[in-house]
Design a protein around this ligand. Sequence first.
Ligand SMILES: CC(C)(COP(=O)(O)OP(=O)(O)OC[C@H]1O[C@@H](n2cnc3c(N)ncnc32)[C@H](O)[C@@H]1OP(=O)(O)O)[C@@H](O)C(=O)NCCC(=O)NCCS
Length: 175
Amino acid sequence: MVGKNYNFVVSSSTTRANDGAPAATGPAANLALGAWGELGLGAREVRTAVFVIEQNIPAAEEWDEWDAQSLHAVARDAAGSAIGTGRLLPPAFDAQRGTGHIGRMAVLRQARGAGVGGAILRALMKAAPDYGFAQIVLHAQSHVADFYARHGFVAEGAEFLEVGIPHVLMRARLQ
Ligand SMILES: CC(C)(COP(=O)(O)OP(=O)(O)OC[C@H]1O[C@@H](n2cnc3c(N)ncnc32)[C@H](O)[C@@H]1OP(=O)(O)O)[C@@H](O)C(=O)NCCC(=O)NCCS
């Protein structure tokens, strides 16, 4: 999976990040898409802070063989520090042709609510057709299901536990 790099703007108050058109105010941030070899350090920093430390998920469950094969997104603040991440799993992850999976979405606590997570999700969804995906499925932590719903995901089926945390399966069909 190949890399892309573009700028977006986030704000903690009245403006929202988007995929290119800068908002009127807020610190500039950079969102890169690329392979683990290129973005793994930044992704690892954010996922360690959010999943391993904040959510207490065992480190052994956080890291898997799919990282090396996924397309990763890493958002950085104006100082270059990684503040958010997510990944689009490769076609081999799901035997069902055309079904992509997004996971490991995380934004540092102090950077939340400014549109960084939304920008990461949209960038991964935008890249998905390049890999033959017509729809995206993800396991949303139930407490952030509304966040995904705002980006076109619809919940399916009953809630289930994953790493001890309630989740719900959500699906978005790509245009
Ligand atoms: C889920 C997560 C990645 C979202 O990241 P984020 O950067 O906070 O996401 P956004 O800022 O794009 O959107 C979050 C909320 O802020 C709101 N928001 C976005 N931009 C805003 C702005 N400029 N001003 C005010 N509110 C804004 C959005 O409406 C959204 O509200 P919603 O939850 O009701 O949909 C983040 O909360 C996180 O890392 N959580 C902990 C880890 C986790 O649970 N990951 C999900 C695994 S499935």
